[in-house]
Design a protein around this ligand. Structure first.
Ligand code: PSU
Ligand code: MN
Length: 311
């Protein structure tokens, strides 16, 4: 595949793609707008190392000085985690930050798009965007779902937080033809918790029992059939790091009520709620968040290897 001229690839990503090696994309909104400094930079650095230890090459994606970058240096991760002028960039925002030569942290939607442009098919994150509570009137549905409906990338996440309407999020994914596959569980997880009250539409075995190979086979079957679009891989948080859903619900309700009272809307809602939940839980949610991203990174490396090794 010839390289898109607007992309800037790190050397290790360029080499891996040139030789058909395993590459795992990572988003940057989670760094710039999803976690506080300096834990965000430590998380991003550690996750890249987990992917290398798992035999794959990490490709953290962001827009820097207007250039879409696939694979970042330690200095660039530090900039994303600490610079005040890194905007949150979903698909609609990409043309603007690129044209202005600005910095942008990419969401799941824009990271998927840039990963696909570079030829990367596996992407690891923490939580997906989805249908917001009250979307019946606000119409606030994340562009992450639209992108999952059209871009050929598998996204490994820990499910969807109950800051969103989980049931409606699953309905939209079904409408868009997106396979939603839980790993080692029959339930769709709710980020901090292994349960959500919703069954997963599909499931595969745990990583230790061949889950990565089963997922790679689903990706190949989908794309070989010409069914474009993504796959949601829902990897439940490990039991030892879980915060029970009942326990989180009070904090989430408070955060939602606060955002409502402050009139926060649009692209600012998700970052506001994530930050408020870290405050309300006195950092406990952050520890669970970091743990589940690590866990997803291990699966991501294995899935990227299984996918490139053919079937
Ligand atoms: N949910 C999380 N953590 C995150 C996000 C969502 O638990 O960091 C970020 C991701 O980058 C996701 C974005 O793609 O928020 C969704 O934002 P919006 O709802 O504005 O589309
Ligand atoms: Mn929105």
């Amino acid at each position: 595949m010839s390289l898109h001229p607007m992309l800037r690839l790190s050397d290790e990503v360029r080499d891996a793609l040139a030789t058909g090696g395993p590459v795992v994309a990572l988003e940057s909104t989670i760094i710039s707008h999803g976690m506080p400094y300096p834990d965000n930079v430590a998380m991003a650095t550690e996750v890249e190392q987990i992917i290398r230890d798992g035999g794959a090459v990490p490709a953290t994606i962001a827009v820097l000085d207007g250039r879409p970058c696939i694979g970042l240096s330690p200095d660039q991760l530090e900039l994303l985690g600490s610079h005040p002028e890194v905007s949150k960039v979903s698909v609609r925002d990409l043309p603007y930050v690129v044209a202005r030569g600005a910095h942008g942290a990419t969401t799941v939607a824009s990271t998927m798009r840039l990963a696909a442009l570079a030829g990367v098919r596996v992407f690891v994150t923490g939580g997906l965007g989805g249908v917001h509570q009250g979307a019946e009137s606000s119409m606030d549905v994340s562009a992450d779902l639209t992108e999952l409906g059209r871009t050929d990338v598998a996204v490994i996440c820990a499910g969807v937080k109950s800051i969103l309407d989980i049931g409606r999020t699953l309905e939209v994914l079904e409408t868009l033809g997106v396979p939603v596959v839980s790993v080692g569980s029959s339930e769709f997880p709710s980020f901090f918790s292994r349960s959500s009250g919703f069954q997963a539409p599909m499931s595969v075995a745990d990583l230790d029992a061949g889950g990565a190979e089963q997922l790679a086979a689903i990706m190949r079957a989908k794309w070989d059939l010409g069914l474009s679009g993504g796959v949601v891989v829902a990897n439940p948080v490990p039991e030892s790091d879980e915060i029970p859903a009942e326990e989180m619900q009070g904090f989430i309700d408070t955060a939602l009520a606060d955002s409502d009272r402050l009139g926060i809307r649009g692209k600012d809602i998700t970052p506001y709620l994530l930050g408020r939940i870290v405050e309300l839980t006195e950092g406990r949610s952050l520890q669970a968040n970091i743990a589940l991203v690590r866990h997803n990174a291990r699966l991501g490396a294995a899935l990227a290897r299984a996918y490139v090794s053919g079937g």
